[in-house]
Design a protein around this ligand. Structure first.
Ligand SMILES: Nc1ncnc2c1ncn2[C@@H]1O[C@H](COP(=O)(O)OP(=O)(O)OP(=O)(O)O)[C@@H](O)[C@H]1O
Ligand SMILES: CC(=O)N[C@H]1[C@@H]2OC[C@@H](O2)[C@@H](O)[C@@H]1O[C@H](C)C(=O)O
Length: 371
């Protein structure tokens, strides 16, 4: 792909909260956002969800293979609905993440997708970064930087993703290249919805604390919040990233509390760890734009605003789609991979030098998009 060519890229993301697959079209040259296209979502069935969940924390074997099949099939279902696509960016589903041992596993077959959909697919975005000593996550920050430039922000801003895990990107839109030193600082701040969903599931058999209704009725146990914050992860300087399994024990920390108090306390833990993350930023971000499902939880949003002593606005406030931002991010990164541009840098994953991650599987169509 030559500099300046605009592609219609379909990005897809299957996130840690295991609700389903998001897919969105982005028009991009890998440096700029040039247009937004259609998007769609396919929920996992409860059976599919359990097959994937059974493989969490594993690296190989029959459960991993079964999970990969479910992930690939769900993506084929969803992605085959889109038309006029030049390229697909396929994140897959993270099953295990252990950057300290240079390994991370995103289940799903980019090769099968390319073959079934007859379209070039970029996949396995994280392995090259962890092999080179990076955290392999978060990877959306380069797209957050492009969003800040698209928004024509003139001061550093921050993006907070409240998915299963929370990640924060501080970025300076004045610097044109996201891989430049000082353009970005990004890292996982700690838990987001994952422990709250686990609490709702084990205590009440529900998928989530819808609209924060249970949390709103509870009281925060500040002793527990303070105790969680003593975990060195929160004071450690970035870069840092988390595995889904790193936050499961938080449900035990609130085990003695009533349902409502436990939910409220978990929301406060999320907000306090986000606030600890904001304190790691090079400068106080002018604005904090929130993406991911947690922005729909008014209790979580209010606690974040209170504990960061600032405003936390959903990204919709600036015309972005907070349900599809991660899918768009992997569309953006796929275009960067085709151009050989970096997808991570010391400021985003701690990798020693900017690196282009991701593999391209081409069923014979790439020649058509002016490489
Ligand atoms: N109306 C709502 N009220 C409360 N919580 C909500 C609401 N809508 C979504 N959520 C929360 O958001 C979660 C989904 O968020 P999202 O889709 O951003 O996660 P993900 O992409 O799977 O995660 P990650 O970014 O960690 O990979 C749900 O599991 C739920 O906990
Ligand atoms: C290893 C992995 O899949 N990490 C996810 C997870 O979900 C949120 C947070 O933890 C983030 O680090 C990352 O996802 C987003 C899309 C990212 O890479 O930017």
């Amino acid at each position: 792909m030559s500099k300046g060519s605009v592609l219609r890229v379909l990005g897809s993301m299957s996130g840690t909260s295991l609700d389903g697959v998001d897919a969105a079209v982005l028009e991009t040259d890998g440096e700029r956002i040039l247009g937004f296209g259609p998007s769609d979502y396919r929920a996992y069935t409860s059976t599919e969800r359990e097959v994937i969940r059974a493989a969490f924390g594993q690296w190989s074997g029959p459960e991993v293979e079964a999970a990969a099949d479910v992930v690939t099939s769900a993506h084929i279902d969803l992605l085959s609905q889109f038309e006029d696509i030049d390229l697909i960016g396929f994140h897959g589903q993270t099953l295990s993440h252990d950057p300290a041992h240079h390994r991370t596993l995103q289940a799903g077959s980019g090769e099968r997708l390319a073959e079934m959909l007859g379209c070039p697919v970029v996949h396995d975005f994280r392995s090259a970064d962890v092999s080179a000593g990076g955290q392999g996550a978060p990877l959306a920050p380069f797209y957050h930087h492009a969003c800040a430039r698209w928004m024509k922000e003139d001061k550093p801003v921050a993006f907070l993703n409240l998915g299963g895990i929370a990640n924060l990107t501080w970025c300076d839109p004045y610097m044109p290249d996201p891989s430049q030193d000082g353009a970005i600082l990004a890292f996982d701040t700690g838990p987001a919805n994952a422990p709250l969903n686990d609490l709702m599931k084990t205590r009440l058999g529900l998928a989530e604390d819808q609209d924060g209704r249970l949390s709103a009725a509870g009281h925060v146990d500040e002793t527990i919040v303070a105790a969680v914050l003593t975990d060195p992860f929160y004071s450690d300087l970035p870069p840092k990233s988390l595995d889904r399994l790193d936050v499961v024990d938080l449900v035990d920390r609130v085990g003695a509390l009533s349902d409502a108090d436990a939910a409220a306390t978990l929301c406060a833990v999320i907000a306090a760890t986000v606030a600890a993350g904001v304190r790691h930023c090079p400068s106080r971000p002018g604005r904090l734009f929130v993406t991911g499902g947690g922005r729909h939880n008014p209790v979580m949003m209010a606690m974040i605003a209170a504990r960061t002593e600032g405003a936390a606005d959903p990204v919709e406030a600036v015309g972005l789609n907070g349900d599809m931002l991660e899918a768009q991010a992997f569309a953006f990164l796929a275009a960067r991979v085709l151009r050989g541009l970096p997808t991570s840098a010391p400021g985003s994953t701690g990798v020693t030098a900017p690196i282009c991650g991701g593999f391209v599987t081409d069923p014979g169509k790439l020649a058509k998009i002016a490489l």
